[in-house]
Write a protein that binds this ligand. Structure first.
Ligand code: M6R
Length: 611
């Protein structure tokens, strides 16, 4: 949450900052601001989107070869001009942008108030700006030392970029629990919350680690710890193309990402499946392979859509690999007193790899001695670095706030893991194993077929766009798909939607059903088919409207329901990869028809880096 950018070099910083903020806007869009250093520091900030900031800045002085910019997801203080970043210290010495939360800001604020400081905003960030300035003045030290001392007094999370009005040749950056990447150019450096604003300028990057502080001049970078230990920068090559972060002709990133799924799933299994050799190779798991195969229990931790992927994983690991699985919200797990043993395998799933609750849950599991694996999409992200081992999903950057291709890529990885263990334990025959590999290899083509019938989803959306509620039902592995379908609809269209295990309907939700209630039922041909047919009849008996996702060739359900969407047949273990696609598209078209901002739904941000 919150996107930060910075530039120091010989070019005009403003266009680089604005473009960077546009790329990072998915991280928060309550307000935006920039500060430009050109003899003096000019700060421009505005409530609303980056485009509102651009309108506001038109005609103002935008010169400066050093600058910082911020797009905000509000934590402390409502979205407003005054609470927007950058924040400047009382005497104008320090101007800072911040992603994260200063947990002890209230105590720090009280102490600074006693020292004569007053505050114009309600933010924790302004407190930090003043703390740095107070230390700088009272200890008569330089900016870097003042920053390091201030950070040693801070409890919380930060990705920080700072400019000092009295040391005009540098930018200071620091990181703890909120991501920060530095791009290395020729006599110039770029800073950002993730690599997307950097990719068009350089492919050489440094991912800051917790407690790192970088002192950056246009031709020099010094990396050290808060405690002043010098560090050797680890320069990595960025594996990201510009076209991956652009809409490429689609109206929205979400639609582009839905249509990318044949490619993203193929990239996720590419080089990992080998039907001829009866093998699945997940290189990132080699050194934990034996532990994983022999695990008595797997605990899956995640949030939101990634948690839904975890629920699919539960079915797969239990069904194929016969391992007991618990799936928990990371936010619940970390505040319980969970029973964790050294034999446990914990799998943390996260698209961004930065979700604060998931990171904290990983920490807890590691402290208890468990082996923690990550399934992440963003290469170099915090979770991928905090875990003992892991598998990248290779879905490519996901920019729409609603997660789509990340979900199917996560399910693909979980499927490969479950199959790999099942085969190693000889729980499935060679024939079944190679059959599954072939089915998995066919999934991209089958998704392609679903996408070809795109019109049916917008037709259904047209009919139900004004619904106020919707119910999603599924059994077995289709239950998490129902949850995911409901989440997609509610988060982008603001229609209240609930996902339920179909059999649970009779224990309460059935009371909601009337002639206005669309009920989406995932009714594919699997072992619970007859049961789900009964559930459909129960809905129809109460005049409910049923939209059924069925297996191609099913002519039984077609006669019973209002709308039928057929998906190609596949192995029941893989069906969630197909049945999810129509639900993503129905949610997308409904949101578009309701005039919602699909890629940036209200109140949300792409990576939730605060708890
Ligand atoms: O980056 P993560 O996968 O850890 O994010 C988890 C959730 O915040 C995320 O899936 C969220 O629920 C999405 N908005 C769902 O579309």
């Amino acid at each position: 949450m919150c996107g930060i950018v910075g530039y120091i070099g010989n070019k005009n910083a403003y266009p680089i900052l604005i473009k960077g903020l546009q790329r990072l806007e998915y991280r928060g869009y309550d307000s935006a601001g920039v500060a430009l250093l050109n003899g003096q520091v000019n700060v421009y900030k505005k409530k609303g989107k980056v485009s509102d900031l651009e309108d506001y800045i038109t005609g103002q002085d935008i010169r400066g070869t050093i600058g910082i910019g911020h797009t905000r997801w509000a934590t402390h203080g409502e979205p407003s001009d005054v609470n927007a970043h950058p924040h400047t210290s009382q005497n104008g010495t320090f101007t800072i942008i911040h992603n994260g939360i200063i947990e002890n800001y209230s105590n720090l604020k009280n102490s600074l108030t006693e020292q004569g400081y007053s505050f114009v905003s309600e933010t924790d960030t302004e407190v930090l700006a003043n703390l740095i300035e107070y230390i700088y003045r009272t200890q008569e030290t330089n900016a870097e030392i003042a920053v390091r001392i201030a950070l040693s007094k801070v409890v919380g999370a930060y990705g920080l970029v700072i400019i000092c009005n009295e040391e005009k040749d540098k930018i200071i950056a620091a990181r703890k629990s909120s991501p920060l990447v530095i791009g290395l150019g020729d006599d110039e450096y770029f800073l950002a919350s993730d690599a997307t604003p950097i990719v068009e300028y350089t492919d050489r990057v440094i991912y800051l680690n917790n407690d790192d502080v970088a002192i950056i001049k246009k031709d020099e970078l010094i990396l050290k710890t808060i405690k002043n230990d010098i560090l050797e920068p680890n320069v990595q090559k960025l594996d990201l193309g510009l076209s991956e972060i652009e809409k490429n002709g689609f109206d929205h990133f979400m639609l582009k990402e839905i249509f990318e799924q044949p490619r993203s799933i193929r990239d996720t299994f590419r080089g990992r499946l080998n039907a001829e050799k009866n093998e699945i190779r997940l290189g990132g798991l080699y050194h934990v392979y034996d532990q994983l195969v022999n695990a008595k229990r797997i605990i899956i931790l995640a949030c939101g859509t990634s948690w839904h992927a975890g629920l699919v994983g539960e079915y797969l690991f239990e069904d194929l690999a016969r391992i007991q699985v618990e799936v928990d919200y990371a936010s619940e797990f970390r505040y319980r007193n969970p029973v964790i043993s050294e034999e446990d395998i914990v799998i943390a799933i996260s698209q961004s790899g930065e979700t604060a609750d998931t990171l904290a849950a990983i920490q807890l599991a590691k402290e208890a001695g468990a082996t923690v694996l990550g399934i992440c999409n963003v290469v170099g992200s915090s979770i991928s670095r905090e875990t003992h081992a892991g598998v990248y999903t290779h879905a490519g950057p996901e920019i729409g706030v609603a997660s789509t291709k990340a979900f199917t890529a996560q399910v693909t990885v979980l499927t490969m893991m479950a199959m790999m263990i099942a085969r190693e334990k000889q729980l499935i025959s060679v024939e079944k194993f190679t059959g599954l590999i072939k089915e998995l290899e066919d999934i991209p083509e089958k998704i392609g077929k679903i996408l070809e019938n795109n019109d049916q989803f917008s037709d259904i959306a047209k009919i139900y766009k004004d619904a106020t509620n919707a119910l999603y039902l599924g059994r077995g592995v289709s239950y998490p798909v129902a949850l995911e379908g409901a989440l997609k609809l509610k988060e982008i269209s603001y229609i209240h939607a609930e996902g339920y295990p179909a059999a649970e309907m009779k224990h309460g939700p059935i009371a909601l059903i009337d002639e206005n209630m669309p009920v989406v039922v995932i009714a594919i041909k699997d072992s619970s088919y007859d049961k789900i047919v009964s559930n459909i009849q129960e809905v129809k008996a109460r005049n409910g409207i049923v939209i059924a996702i069925v297996t191609e060739g099913d002519d039984t359900i077609e006669k019973m329901v209002d709308h039928v969407i057929a998906i190609p047949e596949t192995d029941p273990s893989l069906v969630s990869l197909l049945s999810t696609i129509p639900l993503q598209l129905i949610a997308y078209y409904i949101a578009v028809m309701r005039g919602c901002n699909v890629d940036q739904p209200r109140n949300l941000a792409k990576s939730v880096t605060v708890e």
